[in-house]
Design a protein around this ligand. Structure first.
Ligand code: FAD
Length: 131
């Protein structure tokens, strides 16, 4: 099965972390309350300090610094502080951050549209295979 009784290696940890983060983003409302915004901001800002893979955490912190300095790039014209203002902007930002990691690791990029993100993390495909 996907999970064993052994401590997670970096890949299992990463898959589990992305599952939590994308799922939280999938359920983040269109118009989040001030408390939801500040909590989501705190969650993501904490990761460079506590993500349990040191080199991953460092790279993420550098990415945050870069987007704050340069104000995002290409598909990700948002930084984290702006992204938490709505569900769609948070999902797009997170997809961009994940693609940044994908590129660094030589993995394929994911198409960051609301419909593709919703299919993967919220509703499943239209053919009902995940129902
Ligand atoms: P994962 O990358 O874990 O993705 C899981 C699933 O998410 C995919 O199967 C796909 O369906 C979906 N997906 C893929 N891309 C996107 C996207 N852009 N948006 C939405 N959904 C998507 N590993 C390292 O070796 N070095 C690192 O520096 C590193 N940094 C990381 C930083 C963070 C914050 C996290 C959470 C993980 C990091 N990892 C790092 C782990 C790495 O990203 C992967 O999780 C791990 O290699 C397993 O990859 P995977 O192929 O199973 O798919």
């Amino acid at each position: 099965s996907t999970f064993s009784a052994c401590p997670p290696d970096g890949e299992e940890l990463g898959r589990s972390a992305w599952t939590l983060l994308h799922s939280a983003a999938a359920y983040f409302p269109e118009d989040p309350s001030a408390q939801q915004q500040s909590s989501m901001l705190a969650l993501f800002r904490a990761l460079p300090h506590i993500y349990p893979c040191l080199s991953c955490a460092e790279a993420l912190g550098e990415e945050y610094d870069r987007e704050d300095k340069e104000g995002g790039w290409e598909d990700r014209s948002l930084n984290l502080t702006e992204a938490v203002r709505s569900g769609p902007s948070l999902r797009k930002w997170l997809c961009g951050i994940h693609n940044e990691v994908n590129s660094r690791l030589g993995k394929p990029n994911f198409a960051c549209t609301e419909s593709k993100l919703s299919e993967r993390w919220l509703d499943g495909p239209a053919d009902g295979t995940c129902d």
